[in-house]
Design a protein around this ligand. Structure first.
Ligand code: ZN
Length: 241
C-alpha cells in the first residue's frame, strides 16, 4: 500500500473518532429535546386542566349560593304559611314551597355532579403535576449527563485534533484536499477497502483491471462509483468477515 494512503487512513481514524463523539453528543441533545417537548406539552395540558378545575370550583360555589338563597326563600314562605288567613293565599304558598323543594333537589343534583367533576379534575391535575415533575427531574438528569459528556468529549476531541494535525503535516496537501472533498460530500469514511473486487464504501463491484491495478500499483485509485479512495484488502480466507 502507498505509505501516504496509510497515513491518510490514520488521519481518517482520528476524524472518524471525532465524528463519532460529535454524533453521540448530538444524540444526547436530541433525547433532551424530546424530553423538553414532552414536558412543554404536558405543562400546557396541565395549565388547561388547572383552569378547568378553577372554573368548576367557581361554579360549585355559585351553586352553593343558589342553594342557600333557595333555602332562605323556602323558609320565608314557610313562615308566611303559618300566618295566612285564607285558603287562596295558603294554596299559593303551598305551591311556592313545592317549587322551592323541587328546585332544591335539582340544585343539589347539579352541585353533586360538579363535585364529582371537581374530584376527577383534581386527581387528573395531581397526576399530570406528578408526571411533569418526573420529567423535570429527568431533564435535569439528562442535562447533567450531557454537560459531563461534553466536557469529556471536548477534552478527547482536543487531544485527537492535536494528533490529527501532527499527522496532517506529513501528508501532501493535495491528497488532504481530495480526502476532505470526499468527506464533505459523504459522511463517514473517505478511504475504504476494496475486497474481492468490491468497494466497501458503496458495495459496487469495480472493474477487474482497476482492482488488479490496486493490488500491484502504488498509485492512488478511487472507486469509479463513489469516488472514495481505495486500498486493497485481501479477502478473509474462511469467508468470514
Ligand atoms: Zn465505491
Amino acid at each position: 500500500m502507498d505509505p501516504q494512503i496509510k497515513l491518510l487512513r490514520q488521519l481518517q481514524e482520528y476524524d472518524l473518532e471525532i465524528y463519532e463523539i460529535n454524533q453521540t453528543t448530538e444524540r444526547l441533545r436530541e433525547t433532551l429535546d424530546e424530553l423538553v417537548t414532552a414536558h412543554d406539552g404536558l405543562r400546557e395540558n396541565l395549565n388547561a386542566q388547572k383552569a378547568q378545575l378553577d372554573d368548576t370550583r367557581r361554579l360549585m360555589r355559585e351553586k352553593e349560593i343558589e342553594l342557600e338563597e333557595n333555602n332562605d326563600r323556602y323558609n320565608q314562605s314557610k313562615i308566611k304559611l303559618n300566618q295566612v288567613a285564607n285558603t287562596k293565599q295558603y294554596n299559593a304558598l303551598e305551591k311556592e314551597l313545592d317549587t322551592y323543594k323541587k328546585l332544591r333537589i335539582q340544585l343539589e343534583e347539579e352541585r353533586d355532579t360538579l363535585r364529582e367533576n371537581l374530584e376527577a379534575f383534581q386527581s387528573d391535575v395531581d397526576d399530570k403535576a406528578r408526571k411533569t415533575a418526573e420529567i423535570e427531574s429527568q431533564i435535569a438528569e439528562e442535562q447533567g449527563a450531557i454537560d459531563k459528556e461534553s466536557q469529556a468529549s471536548s477534552v478527547r476531541i482536543a487531544q485527537l485534533e492535536i494528533e490529527r494535525d501532527k499527522l496532517r503535516s506529513d501528508i501532501p496537501k493535495q491528497l488532504i484536499r481530495q480526502y476532505e472533498f470526499i468527506q464533505a460530500r459523504r459522511p463517514g469514511a473517505a478511504v475504504v477497502a476494496a475486497v474481492n473486487g468490491t468497494c466497501t464504501g458503496c458495495n459496487m463491484k469495480m472493474p477487474h483491471q482497476l482492482f488488479n491495478e490496486l493490488q500491484i500499483s502504488s498509485k492512488m485509485i478511487k472507486c469509479p462509483n463513489c469516488q472514495r479512495i481505495l486500498f486493497f484488502q485481501p479477502a478473509p480466507e474462511n469467508g468470514a468477515a
